[in-house]
Design a protein around this ligand. Sequence first.
Ligand code: 4AD
Ligand code: MG
Length: 464
Amino acid sequence: MDYRRTLLKDLLTSPAGAEATAHGWVKTRRDSKGVSFVQLNDGSCFKDLQVVIESGSIPEDQLKHATTGAAVSFTGTMVDSPGEGQSVELKATSMTIYGEADPVTYPLQKKGATMEFLREIAHLRVRGNTFGAVTRVRNRAAAAVHNFFQNRGFYWVHTPIITASDCEGAGAMFAVSTLLHHAPDGGFVLSSKDPADDFFGKPAYLTVSGQLNVETFAMGLTNVYTFGPTFRAENSNTPRHLAEFWMIEPEMAFCDLDGDMNLAEEFVREVIQDIMDGCAPDLEFFNQRVEPELLKTLDHVVNSGFERMTYTEAVNLLVNSGETWEFPVSWGSDLQSEHERWLTEKKVGRPVILTDYPKEIKAFYMKQNEDGKTVRAMDVLVPRIGELIGGSQREDDLKKLEARIEELGLDKAAYWWYLDLRRYGSAPHAGFGLGFERLIMYVTGMKNIRDVIPFHRASGQAEF
Ligand code: 4AD
Ligand code: MG
């Protein structure tokens, strides 16, 4: 056996008359007038291969094991299919059973399973239509991300997962420590309370963002990006937050906020187009079964520019909207999902980029505007999701950055290397972070972020 077998996606386009062996997992089996029809899938494409077993061609005491979920192979001849939905099918004359799946206990039975239920069997759900499609889209999207940057001469930088600095200053970090041990009785034992005794000799965390590290590379390689896992211990049990998610963070030297927004827009549009080109059958499924109008919206996004407005303009629109908000909004307030969605869905009807937020609600590193009140920040908001991207031009003035760090009561000494970038050869630079799972939600129409990552990590959720 070899991985270079013919996969179902190739069998489905092979000519009638070809001898073939198809390996996969049984989706369904039905019998009609002595003929058995098995829908087989190996995940290589959305479509199942129909395997037809004529009466007597495979002994029933063998065929009876071809129940939903079983791992099997069929050998026979590809023939023109009289049925709807496929041009060829496999007329099988022999079969091998690799692994049975007891129809009484196999959890992934035919239809109607809820997303919540499927989440509980995340080790098996990839065999179903939805998660197969999500996984193929995710793969294509990841490749498209790299192609986008590689084609533009950006270098991929692998920033560390473990860090001692807090990028966002939002206090949502997971501590990394070897001082804490699991005792045999199941409790915890703290072997020392002194951070100096810890593995790194000081407090360390899982990174919330690779930005600070990738900035150092932009200040030498000019155009760079990170693409890796990031972690946030925020206790927000929402359909848009995970404790572990993947983030794409480009960073560009000699670039300002306008250049940053141009990149973000180009990026979103090109990556979506690439997924539409490469995953058409999967997106067709999402369009039919998950989000009506999905393809129309994606087409619209690819072909129309994003609206741009300042935070101040957005707040004025929200205040004068006549809507009743669950969270009151006025200048200075952090926009909530309901506000973001109203702006992009109701007001603008396509993606919108908000800029120049109040400095109080944004991170310390953002470039301060002349008005002394706002910073050169931008958020890209898209329908159904809200915030897809957060970015900014960075403060490149040493004095201003130091003043802001002090003003916020952050530990200036800990940022010594970050400040050095402003001390030696500082240059205007900008970048953004895009939540990869939010992009996948947007492209697939999936409603819960837990269903677009192979194994979700959220508060109370670390099974598998
Ligand atoms: O807006 P955020 O916090 O920005 C940063 O981390 C910057 N350091 C990025 C940069 O400028 N290089 O996060 C960026 C994006 C958000 O817009 C959102 O899409 C996603 O990351 N995100 C999350 N996705 C899933 N679960 C969470 N808990 C997320 N928090 C942020
Ligand atoms: Mg943000």
